[in-house]
Design a protein around this ligand. Structure first.
Ligand SMILES: Nc1ncnc2c1ncn2[C@@H]1O[C@H](COP(=O)(O)OP(=O)(O)OP(=O)(O)O)[C@@H](O)[C@H]1O
Length: 246
């Protein structure tokens, strides 16, 4: 059974002369201990795909299976239980600016029903330390820089994603040191057999960390391959091919 399997996932916002806006018939599988990176131009459908898997929006058709459990056709209460298994970094996270980092972390702990202290080197405390965030946790979130905000939510995604982690643009706003830390943490998560879905515009991140690459374009997967270390060349080739067809 796969941590994540999607079958012909479709969500069409609009049809245009160029094609569709949204996603159409996306079938993907993500195994334990695997990092799958979604790549593609702006508007290709990566976030729409992630929003359906994290049950923020419903597809028009198709289904998502989380460890074999259908996500879209079940009642809300069961969806919440499944969501608790998924550590998630949204493209645009929401914050309570008037809480301190610690207060927000305790709030998230109660939502996920998962102690912050759990997880050894991948506990909230350890990850916050690794990201040099610990000394800021007593400060109001309103005073955080963009990078600190991103790192705080990355801490949540990794702490709570004991089996599945979904990251939408995780490296945005990270300083070089934190970027290196992120890669180390993701490698450790993979070693623990977690399944990781990663959407990024940074080809180097995908190249260095992903096991598989899926390139989205106008709501479809144009290419899904194992990462052989030539992501940049592959990406250029695929985007060049689709441009020539258009
Ligand atoms: N709520 C919405 N209502 C209408 N159209 C939407 C909505 N959300 C996304 N779209 C459209 O669906 C398409 C896919 O958007 P999506 O955000 O999934 O792309 P993306 O690959 O994540 O892009 P980016 O790399 O810029 O984040 C775009 O054409 C976008 O305008």
């Amino acid at each position: 059974m796969y941590p994540i399997e999607t079958i012909e996932l479709t969500k069409i916002y609009r049809k245009t002369s160029q094609g569709i806006e949204g996603i159409e018939k996306i079938s993907l599988k993500l195994s334990e201990g695997q990092i799958l990176s979604l790549l593609g131009p702006n508007g290709a459908g990566k976030t729409t795909f992630i929003k359906i898997i994290t049950s923020q929006i419903l597809p028009d058709s198709g289904e998502v299976f989380i460890y074999g459990n259908p996500l879209c056709k079940i009642i809300k209460e069961s969806q919440i239980l499944i969501r608790q298994q998924i550590g998630y970094l949204p493209e645009t996270p929401f914050f309570y600016a008037k809480l301190t980092g610690w207060e927000f972390a305790r709030f998230m702990e109660s939502i996920y029903n998962c102690p912050l202290e759990e997880g050894g080197s991948l506990s909230f405390h350890s990850i916050a330390d690794a990201f040099n965030l610990t000394s800021h946790l007593n400060k109001l979130i309103a005073s955080y820089s963009q990078g600190m905000l991103r790192k705080l939510v990355l801490c949540f995604a990794i702490t709570f994603g004991k089996k599945i982690i979904i990251l939408d643009e995780p490296s945005n706003g990270l300083d070089p040191d934190s970027y290196l830390t992120l890669k180390d943490i993701l490698r450790e998560c993979r070693a623990q057999k977690r399944a990781i879905l990663l959407s990024t515009h940074h080809l180097s991140l995908a190249q260095e960390i992903a096991d598989e690459i899926a390139i989205f374009h106008q709501g479809h997967i144009k290419c899904k391959v194992k990462n052989d270390g030539s992501v940049e060349v592959l990406y250029k080739k695929i985007i060049h091919e689709v441009k020539n067809i258009e």
